[in-house]
Design a binder for this molecule. Structure first.
Ligand code: SF4
Length: 274
């Protein structure tokens, strides 16, 4: 009797530093890179819809540079050994990657390791942009292939409600500064209810349109919550609302607007307004 060939499934990693590959609506099979301890969220924002839960004290949540390098090296080697298909290496995880004190060095290390072990795999980052006023951080993200900047409001009051962030004007200035130096994409979460967290009116306002014009991104993504939010009463915006908003924004912006569908929907088609 012949031997039954058993196929070894490619690993899905769940380590403090590297997780996935996960199915990303924007990036395909994306390997996540996280710079903070799993139990914490280290971020300059505390978005009401955040899937990482409520913000916690930052001092304890930072993974050391040595631990991050060890984790990256071991995980990349494992994926190479199994031939796991990956389409992007993505800085995301439990918080805002750019505020890790060693962020520029970590980017340099990831790129060196990528060139050695996973050549040709593009890199990406999801960032709230709050650290982009620093030129060293802008230089670091400029070395990556794709940059998704968060923009959930067109005015400071809405930013305070949705992102629980201050200094809206300074952050917009930093986003625009980064966009002058490198191509960027904007991600906007749409919240319709309850009213105390909603940003839909702000996104329909000329203030938001003007900020997007100032940043002049390659693309604008609209999406709604798809995982349990930090504030449990937040409701998912319907596809009809997202499409309506996309149509309105596309009529005022010279930028492709894409609506991301829920992960529970098959297929995860994106409606592209070009
Ligand atoms: S910026 Fe990202 S990680 Fe930070 S609170 Fe908002 S959703 Fe969460």
């Amino acid at each position: 009797m012949g031997e039954t060939e058993q196929e070894t499934p490619p690993p899905v990693l769940s380590t403090p530093v590297v997780y996935g590959p996960v199915a990303s609506r924007r990036l395909g099979r994306s390997l996540g890179i996280n710079l903070f301890t799993p139990a914490s969220k280290v971020c300059t924002f505390d978005c009401a819809y955040c899937q990482c839960g409520a913000a916690q004290p930052t001092a304890t949540g930072i993974l050391s540079l040595a631990r991050i390098k060890r984790g990256l090296s071991a995980s990349f080697r494992k994926l190479v050994r199994f031939g796991t298909p990956i389409q992007h290496l993505t800085f995301a995880g439990n918080g805002e990657p750019t505020i890790h004190p060693d962020f520029p060095e970590i980017v340099a290390y990831v790129l060196r390791l990528r060139d050695r072990l996973l050549p040709g795999i593009p890199t990406a980052i999801f960032t709230n942009g709050s650290a982009l006023g620093t030129s060293a951080i802008r230089s670091a993200i400029a070395k990556l292939d794709r940059r998704f900047l968060k923009l959930d409001a067109g005015d400071p009051q809405t930013a305070r409600r949705v992102n629980r962030s201050k200094n809206f004007a300074a952050i917009v200035h930093s986003l625009a500064a980064a966009a002058k130096e490198m191509p960027v994409e904007i991600s906007t979460a749409v919240i319709t209810a309850p009213a105390r967290f909603a940003n839909l009116n702000s996104l329909r306002n000329l203030g938001y349109v003007r900020v997007v014009q100032r940043i002049n991104p390659q693309r604008l993504y609209l999406y709604s919550i798809d995982r349990p939010p930090a504030v449990s009463v937040i409701e998912q915006a319907s596809p009809a609302v997202l499409l309506q908003l996309a149509t309105y924004l596309r009529s005022r912006l010279d930028v492709p607007v894409l609506v991301l569908r829920s992960r529970r929907t098959r297929p995860w088609a994106q409606w592209i307004w070009e």
